[in-house]
Design a protein around this ligand. Structure first.
Ligand code: CA
Ligand code: CA
Ligand code: CA
Length: 203
């Protein structure tokens, strides 16, 4: 491990080289030994006096990753957006069974065809972590998978296009109201002019 010092920080080069330089980084105590470990993309750097690198997830490119105890068993589970070796985009929950055993859940989760983002959050404040993902499956969207307990997740989703449609509808209503008002004012002006002309002619 190389060390250098700069501006109050000391830099430790862990000495690892990776194929990709833009992978998400997490710092968690994955083996619960009180030492913080590092997850970089698909790799685990296990902190065991020195960092030991090992494969953790079966993907080449991890796009977004988050950790949360969605099943309440006091260990952190992973949610990933990733690409496999042939470029397929995958959204997956990996349940932590301990001893570095992470197993993908058989939960149908939206697969995207572009980059996205993933986060655990308690969407409905019921104490169970839900999963929020953004991505594009035809059109960009935000999806929330509501944790029903017993490791069962149900999908709900909000499409960006719905909001766009609502904005277009509101703007259309405003435009029609404006046109009707303008048309009525034109009609009233025409009547006024007509009456004025008639009055003039009568005079
Ligand atoms: Ca550890
Ligand atoms: Ca857990
Ligand atoms: Ca919840």
């Amino acid at each position: 491990m190389k060390k250098e010092s700069t501006g109050g920080y000391s830099i430790n080069n862990l000495g690892f080289q990776f194929d990709l330089q833009d992978q998400p980084i997490s710092a968690i105590d994955i083996d619960q030994d009180q030492d913080i470990d590092i997850v970089y993309g698909k790799y685990l750097l296990l902190n065991d006096s020195v960092f030991v690198r090992m494969d953790l997830f079966p993907y080449e490119n991890v796009i977004s990753m988050d950790w949360g105890d969605f099943d309440g068993d006091h260990d952190l589970d992973a949610a990933l957006l990733a690409q496999d070796s042939i470029g397929n985009y995958i959204t997956r929950i990996f349940r932590n069974y301990g001893n570095l055993n992470f197993t993908p859940l058989e939960v149908k989760i939206q697969a995207f065809n572009k980059n996205g983002f993933i986060r655990w959050l308690d969407y409905n404040n019921d104490g169970l972590l839900d999963l929020a993902t953004s991505g594009a499956a035809g059109v960009p969207g935000l999806f929330i998978y509501v944790n029903q307990g017993n490791a069962f997740l149900r999908k709900r989703f909000f499409r960006v296009t719905w909001l766009l449609t609502l904005v277009i509808m509101i703007m259309t209503v405003i435009l029609i109201s404006f046109l009707v008002t303008w048309s009525m004012s034109q009609t009233e002006t025409g009547i006024t002019l007509s009456l004025s002309l008639r009055q003039i002619l009568l005079i």
